[in-house]
Design a protein. Structure first.
Length: 255
C-alpha cells in the first residue's frame, strides 16, 4: 500500500514538474504585431489592412478576415485553413504553398497573386477573382467556384476534380495537364484557353464554350458535351467522349 502511494505521489510530482518545465503551447496572440509566423488562429481581423506585410508561415486558421486587405503581402506557406475570407483582397500577393482548405472566400480577389502549390480544396470561392494569377499545381478539389474569374491565369497541372465551375471564366487561361475530372463546368467559358493534355473525363461541359481553345491530346472520356461549342478548337489526338481518338489536325470537330 505504501509503495503504491509513493509511486503515485512521485508520478504526480514528475507530471507537475514536466508541465512547469515544458508549458503547453501558447494560444493565439490576437494583438501580436504582423510578422512572419505570427499566430492569429481564430482571431477577428475583419477589415484589417495588411497590404505589403510579410506574413510568411503565419497561422490564420479559423480567423475572420472578411474584407481584409493582403494586397502585395507575403503569405507563402501560411495556414489559412477554415478561415473566413469573404471579399478579402490578395491582389499581387505571394502565397506559394499556402494552405486554404475549407475557406469561405466568396467574392475575394487574388488578381495576379502567386499561388503555386497552394491548397484550396473543399472551399467556397464563388465569384472569386483569380485573373492573371499563377496557380501551377494548385488544388481546388471539390471546391465551389461558380462565376469565378480565371481569365489569363496559369493553372498548369492544377487539380480541379469534382469542382463546381458553373459559368466560371477561363478565357485565355493556361490549363495544360490540369485535372478537371468529374468537374461541373456547365456554361463555363474556355475560349482561347490552352488545355493540352488536360483531363476532362466524366466532366459536365454542357453549353461550355471552347472556341479557339487548344485541346490537343486532352481527354474527354464520357464527358457531357451537349450543346458545347468547339468552334476552331484544336483537337489533335484528343480522346473524345466515346473513347475515340481525334485525328491529328482536327479543328472544331473530332474526325
Amino acid at each position: 500500500m505504501n509503495n503504491w502511494i509513493y509511486s503515485n505521489t512521485f508520478g504526480t510530482l514528475l507530471a507537475v514538474l514536466a508541465i512547469g518545465c515544458f508549458p503547453l503551447s501558447a494560444g493565439a496572440g490576437c494583438d501580436d504585431e504582423p510578422s512572419p509566423g505570427v499566430n492569429w488562429a481564430g482571431c477577428d481581423k475583419r477589415g484589417v489592412d495588411l497590404s505589403g506585410m510579410d506574413l510568411s508561415g503565419a497561422v490564420l486558421t479559423r480567423a475572420n478576415l472578411e474584407n481584409a486587405n493582403f494586397s502585395g503581402s507575403r503569405l507563402s506557406h501560411a495556414d489559412l485553413n477554415l478561415a473566413t475570407l469573404t471579399k478579402a483582397k490578395f491582389d499581387k500577393s505571394r502565397m506559394i504553398g499556402a494552405r486554404l482548405i475549407g475557406i469561405n472566400a466568396q467574392g475575394a480577389s487574388f488578381h495576379k497573386a502567386v499561388l503555386d502549390d497552394a491548397s484550396l480544396s473543399r472551399s467556397i470561392l464563388n465569384s472569386a477573382v483569380f485573373s492573371q494569377a499563377r496557380l501551377r499545381r494548385a488544388s481546388f478539389y471539390e471546391s465551389s467556384l461558380e462565376n469565378a474569374d480565371f481569365a489569363g491565369a496559369n493553372l498548369e497541372a492544377a487539380r480541379l476534380e469534382r469542382a463546381k465551375l458553373f459559368a466560371t471564366r477561363f478565357e485565355g487561361a493556361r490549363l495544360a495537364s490540369a485535372n478537371l475530372e468529374a468537374a461541373d463546368a456547365e456554361t463555363a467559358s474556355f475560349t482561347n484557353a490552352v488545355l493540352v493534355k488536360a483531363k476532362l473525363d466524366n466532366a459536365v461541359l454542357r453549353e461550355a464554350d471552347f472556341s479557339n481553345a487548344d485541346l490537343s491530346k486532352a481527354s474527354l472520356r464520357e464527358a457531357n458535351i451537349d450543346d458545347a461549342i468547339f468552334d476552331n478548337a484544336q483537337l489533335s489526338d484528343t480522346i473524345w467522349v466515346q473513347y475515340q481518338r481525334c485525328r491529328s489536325g482536327s479543328v472544331g470537330e473530332c474526325r
